[in-house]
Design a protein around this ligand. Structure first.
Ligand SMILES: CC(C)(COP(=O)(O)OP(=O)(O)OC[C@H]1O[C@@H](n2cnc3c(N)ncnc32)[C@H](O)[C@@H]1OP(=O)(O)O)[C@@H](O)C(=O)NCCC(=O)NCCS
Length: 128
C-alpha cells in the first residue's frame, strides 16, 4: 500500500491500512499477474443500508486505463450483495468526470463539516 500511494505522488503513512481495516465492510484490489497492487478501494459502512467509498487509488503508471472504474464497480457490486442500498462518495472537483462520469455516481444533496477547522467547545463564545 505504501508503494501504491507513493507511485502517484501521495504521502504514504505506514500502518494506515492496518488501522483502517477493522472498520471496513470490504475492499477491492486490482493486481498484475505477479501480484503487484495497481488498484485499491475501501468500503466502510454503517452496518445497515449505507456504504461509503473511500481511498480509491490507482498506481501512477496504470492510471487512465480503466482500473479505478473497475475496482469501484466491483466494490459497488459487492456492497449491493452485502445488503447495502446506498453507496456514498465525496471527492475534489477535478474528479467529477471520474465519479459522475466513469463510475456513474449521481449528484445529490450532501453536507460536510471540516472538523479540523471547527472551533472546539472551549473556543466557542459564552452567551450570558
Ligand atoms: C482517481 C483515480 C483513482 C482514478 O483512477 P484511474 O484508474 O486512472 O481511472 P480510470 O482509468 O478508470 O478513469 C476513467 C475516467 O475517469 C476520468 N478520470 C480519471 N482520472 C481522472 C483525473 N485525474 N482527472 C480527471 N478525470 C479523470 C476520465 O474521464 C477517465 O477516462 P479517460 O481516461 O478515457 O479520460 C486515480 O487518478 C488516483 O489514484 N488518483 C490519486 C488518488 C486519488 O486522488 N484518489 C481519489 C480519492 S477521492
Amino acid at each position: 500500500m505504501v508503494d501504491l500511494v507513493a507511485s502517484y505522488g501521495g504521502t504514504p503513512v505506514p500502518g494506515w491500512w492496518d488501522r483502517i481495516r477493522p472498520h471496513s465492510l470490504g475492499w477491492a484490489t486490482a493486481r498484475l499477474g505477479d501480484g503487484t497492487l495497481v488498484g485499491f478501494v475501501n468500503v466502510a459502512s454503517d452496518g445497515g443500508d449505507h456504504a461509503f467509498l473511500i481511498d480509491t487509488k490507482t498506481r501512477g503508471t496504470h492510471q487512465r486505463r480503466g482500473v479505478g472504474t473497475r475496482v469501484v464497480r466491483f466494490a459497488a457490486q459487492h456492497a449491493q450483495a452485502a445488503g447495502c442500498e446506498w453507496l456514498h462518495v465525496d471527492f475534489d472537483d477535478h474528479l467529477r468526470s471520474f465519479y459522475f462520469g466513469a463510475c456513474a455516481f449521481e449528484p445529490t444533496n450532501a453536507g460536510l463539516i471540516d472538523l479540523r477547522s471547527m472551533p472546539r467547545d472551549e473556543e466557542l463564545p459564552v452567551s450570558s
